[in-house]
Design a protein around this ligand. Structure first.
Ligand code: UT7
Length: 334
């Protein structure tokens, strides 16, 4: 058997984003739950979030972000070998969102699959893209994180309704003569699956309807306090391992771009890692809410737009969430 020869490394070439037009204030959220703007800001850092309209689909938003990233990288859609969409809110069990994205962006030669690792999904997908390029299986990969969290959140759930938003971020990953994406440190703790889970399942809904029973709609449920504790105690060691694996010192980081779960988690992790004043900390959650797998590429896009980071600098990414799953790696800013 022959094997292709891959590139010595891979790097993110460009970033694209899609933020739905509709901005939703804390006041609007509080029309459905007993809460306040002050409580939401203090406990999460969120000031506003975006909600997608009916025609802003998971695949459509991912495609818009991906096309933007391709145009920015100057890569033709026909040169894309693989499209990976990290998502947990595509409404179809099959076909996957990625095949629709592949078609919408005109990546006629590309393979496509969805990846479900919840809020860690983007970091998992980035690692898959890096491995594909280094093994020679692909030269250019589009990686998108896209979510319509609002389809799976009960607007009357006082523990969740204020936290989540919709949107998509995408990157183009291509070959490099040195590593621009560091080794991933990933893991999962399925024993804690009940901490963030969907209730009821589609199967339970189907069976209830077949028996003529009423059923609550499908929604995510979360043991918020337990997830919070897990994130602030367990994720800093994972982030440190990603730095060690890449051979990058914490002082060399220009940016820390963790999953935008809650600003208090972001700040707690930054403190645990001992980040210095020269490391920019992503705070996209303030205006975007928690967008699960879309939150890291959206936050990266925001830092680039603000001019807060420069091409070639190091950033540390870490995603964590339902599963429980987590993944971290160092990247070079595109
Ligand atoms: O992205 C996937 C991973 N997800 C996460 O990382 C989310 C992690 N969890 C969190 O971010 C936080 O747990 C939440 C933001 C969801 C909740 O914040 P918290 O500080 O953990 O709230 P809590 O559940 O511990 O409740 C604290 C207090 C309680 O009142 P008492 O008993 O202290 O009087 C709650 O009744 O806040 C009250 N409370 C609220 N008050 C106003 C709970 N929810 C609300 C609310 N508005 N919506």
């Amino acid at each position: 058997m022959k094997l292709p020869s891959g590139a010595p490394g891979s790097r993110i070439l460009s970033v694209g984003e899609y933020r739905p037009a509709r901005v939703v204030t804390n006041e609007e959220i509080c029309q459905r739950i007993d809460s306040s703007d002050a409580w939401i800001r203090e406990r999460t850092g969120i000031i506003t979030r975006r909600f997608a309209s009916d025609d802003e689909t998971v695949a459509g938003m991912a495609a818009a972000a991906s096309s933007k990233a391709l145009a920015d990288a100057g890569i033709e859609p026909d040169d894309v070998d693989l499209v990976v969409v990290a998502t947990i809110t595509h409404p179809y069990q099959t076909p996957a969102a990625s095949s629709e994205v592949q078609h919408l962006i005109g990546a006629s030669r590309a393979g496509a699959f969805d990846l479900g690792a919840a809020c860690a999904g983007f970091c998992y997908a980035l690692s898959v893209a890096d491995a594909a390029i280094r093994s020679g299986t692909a030269r250019y990969v589009v990686v998108a994180g896209s979510e319509r969290m609002t389809d799976f959140i009960d607007p009357t759930d006082r523990g969740m309704a204020f936290l989540f938003g919709d949107g998509a971020g995408a990157v183009v990953v291509g070959p490099a003569d040195r590593p621009g994406i560091g080794p991933v440190v990933w893991g999962s703790d399925g024993s804690q699956a009940a901490m963030i889970t969907q209730e009821p399942t589609y199967l339970e809904v189907q069976r209830a309807l077949a028996e003529g029973k009423t059923t609550p709609p499908v929604a995510l449920r979360m043991a918020g306090q337990s997830v919070f504790r897990w994130a602030v105690t367990q994720m800093a060691p994972v982030a440190r391992r990603a730095l060690e694996a890449a051979g990058v010192d914490v002082g060399e980081l220009a940016a820390f771009i963790p999953h935008q779960a809650n600003l208090r988690i972001v700040e707690s992790l930054a403190k645990s890692l001992g980040l210095g004043p020269n490391t920019v900390i992503a705070r996209d959650i303030e205006t975007q809410g928690n967008t699960s797998s879309a939150s890291i590429p959206l936050a990266l896009a925001a830092l680039l737009e603000e001019g807060a980071v420069e091409s070639g600098q190091y950033a540390l990414l870490i995603g964590f969430g339902a599963g429980l799953t987590y993944a971290a790696q160092v990247i070079e800013i595109p």
